[in-house]
Ligand binder design. Structure first.
Ligand code: DHB
Ligand code: FE
Length: 259
């Protein structure tokens, strides 16, 4: 096994031992902890639990090396190979009258030059606070509320949709129990838009945007970056304007090779 794996594994074990000692954890408390992990495994929630608490930390580490826009957590609901869209994401017939938004902005490089032909995957929740293309969310056709959009010659993009809503992570299982009962918190995320920006020769950027005035921006159960990613409240008529610019870093050769 490589040395880094050994070092990190030993550090994780030692930090857990420190917590057990610090709190004089008893044998029955220890058994209860094991049962909680077993339930998390049984319910298939290990990835959820780990992501809720630690994805934001990995993003924080990644961001130390970024000179341009900072990255945000990806969340579990990205779906690859969705269609390119032109100006508007697909909206269900039943949602046509709901409040609208327009996502727009400019993508530039480290020198401030526009990045033409960048591809941005955008995805956001349904009006019910679920995601399309996800079996556990009812398998709504993945064309809805998602799409790839491209920047024009000036590095600009623009695309309409309806407003996403606040999202509650699955809270009936062991992860919800940990957040709500054991930690006295809640299991809500603010309404948000996801972005995954890709351009030739540039480092990929996964980001999110939150809506000024929305709930749970500063007490996001997933520590999603809070006001750093909040977009000021602005309307054109009754359409909410989500203006988000991205500054891309140059591609990192060692990362490309690893992927
Ligand atoms: C989760 C869901 C999201 O939509 C998101 O952006 C982040 C996390 C989740 O269920 O863990
Ligand atoms: Fe999300």
């Amino acid at each position: 096994m490589n040395e880094r794996v050994t070092t990190i594994t030993m550090d994780i074990v030692e930090s857990i031992r420190d917590v057990l000692r610090k709190h004089d954890v008893t044998f029955s408390e220890y058994r209860a902890g094991i049962m909680h992990l077993a339930r998390t495994q049984g319910d298939g929630e290990i990835p959820l639990l780990v992501d809720v608490f630690f994805n934001s930390t990995i993003v924080e580490i990644e961001n130390r090396a970024r000179k341009g826009s900072k990255a945000a957590i990806q969340g579990p609901y990205f779906v690859p190979d969705v269609p390119h869209v032109n100006g508007e994401l697909a909206i269900e017939a039943s949602a046509k009258d709901l409040p609208k938004m327009v996502m727009r902005g400019k993508i530039t490089d480290q020198d401030g030059k526009p990045v033409a032909g960048a591809v941005i995957d955008v995805w956001h929740s349904t009006p019910q606070g679920t995601y399309s293309g996800i079996e556990k969310h009812g398998d709504l056709d993945k064309k809805y509320y998602r799409g790839k959009i491209s920047t024009d010659a000036n590095g600009r993009y623009e695309c309409k949709s309806i407003l996403p809503v606040a999202y509650q992570i699955p809270n009936k299982g062991p992860t919800g129990m940990l957040l709500e009962e054991y930690m006295g918190g809640h299991s809500w995320r603010p309404a948000h838009i996801h972005y995954w920006v890709q351009a030739d020769g540039k480092r990929d950027l996964i980001s999110q945007a939150y809506f000024e005035g929305g709930e749970h921006i500063e007490d996001d159960c997933c520590n999603g970056g809070g006001t750093d990613f909040m977009v000021p409240e602005k309307y054109e008529g009754d359409v909410r304007v989500m203006e988000v610019d991205f500054v891309l870093d140059e591609a990192v050769a060692s990362l490309e090779a690893a992927e």
